[in-house]
Design a protein around this ligand. Structure first.
Ligand code: BDR
Ligand code: CA
Length: 310
């Protein structure tokens, strides 16, 4: 059983990551913290709470994080996730209150009170994770690993060489990548292989429960953005759930350990993750980079997980 804190910016694929974590008997979701990214911090907090309400897991503590990236103004992704950040489904209003403390305090409390080490899963910009490491360095030893969706090796989805989560807060990503904590990275190279096909989205509608019904609407909406011919996709890339899927079943993936750092000054490459695939430097191999996924197994995990709700 892996005990995790999920730091997310829901976000369609964040919501799916949360769902996988809730259902899996291999994961203990101890807390959810929200970041500013796909939408404003108010909206991502509300979305996380709406999803937990829908899935009847209001007992999981939720706290909202920093309002902006560390140094830069917030840039959001309403073009991908809609005005609410979770467009496409009717979701219930939250029926519980968020924690009064900020995200990094909830992280600290959860880690302090835990008998075992905690894995931090980050599926949005790394602002909260970086702040946490700076404010509570004494708790770093109790973090087992940071598993994050972000970055790419030679690809971009926001600028030609930059992925959205790192684009929003490259300074935070630099802090996390250089923290010395073991890291697992789900870059675009793997998440673009983790596509759910349109026909598979349709099949979700055959699963008759309110959670599956909501995800059917959410994924239909999310898929539309990815229909643009420039992507060459056959469906929608499910970025964020790759993190949880790796924790549940690492054998579903192929990965390579290498040094990864972040460029945050380049004229054309600001926010690029620089991955030393061929070991051209002596820098520490700080990151296990996921490169391939057994797509069918991954989709089966999602379908099976959705079918567990009543
Ligand atoms: C990442 O950006 C967000 O829009 C998604 O939720 C995912 O975390 C993909 O680049
Ligand atoms: Ca996300």
């Amino acid at each position: 059983m892996t005990k995790i804190i999920l730091d997310c910016d829901p976000g369609h694929d964040d919501a799916l990551a949360m769902m996988l974590a809730i259902v899996s008997p291999k994961i203990d979701l101890a807390a959810v913290t929200t970041s500013a990214g796909n939408q404003t911090p108010e909206k991502t907090l509300n979305n996380a709470m709406r999803m937990l309400t829908l899935m009847k897991h209001e007992e999981i503590p939720v706290a909202s994080g920093n309002k902006t990236p560390l140094l830069r103004p917030l840039r959001t992704a309403g073009n991908v996730h809609g005005k609410s950040g979770l467009d496409g489904a009717e979701l219930p209003d939250p029926d519980f209150e968020p924690q009064k403390m900020p995200a990094i305090e909830l992280m600290a409390k959860t880690i302090r009170e835990s008998d075992e080490k905690i894995t931090l899963v980050v599926t949005g910009p790394m602002t909260n994770a970086a702040l946490f490491l700076r404010v509570y360095p004494e708790l770093m030893a109790k973090i087992e690993r940071i598993v994050f969706m972000g970055g790419a090796m030679g690809l971009g989805n926001w600028t030609p060489s930059v992925e959205f989560n790192i684009f929003v807060d490259p300074e935070a990503a630099k802090i996390v990548l250089n923290s010395g904590i073991p890291l697992t990275m789900a870059p675009l190279n793997v998440t673009h292989k983790a596509q759910i096909l349109k026909s598979e989205i349709t099949k979700i509608n055959d699963i008759k429960n309110p959670v599956a019904h909501a995800f059917y609407g959410l994924l239909e909406f999310f898929e539309r953005y990815h229909e643009a011919p420039k992507w060459g996709f056959k469906g929608a890339p499910l970025h964020d759930p790759c993190t949880i899927a790796w924790l549940i079943d690492p054998a579903m993936f192929e990965s390579k350990l290498m040094n990864v750092d972040v460029e945050n000054q380049g004229d054309l490459t600001d926010g690029e993750t620089v991955c030393d695939y061929y070991e051209l430097t002596d820098k520490p191999k700080n990151t296990d980079v996921l490169l391939n996924i057994d797509r069918e197994k991954f989709i089966q995990l999602i379908m099976d997980s959705l079918a567990t709700f009543n």
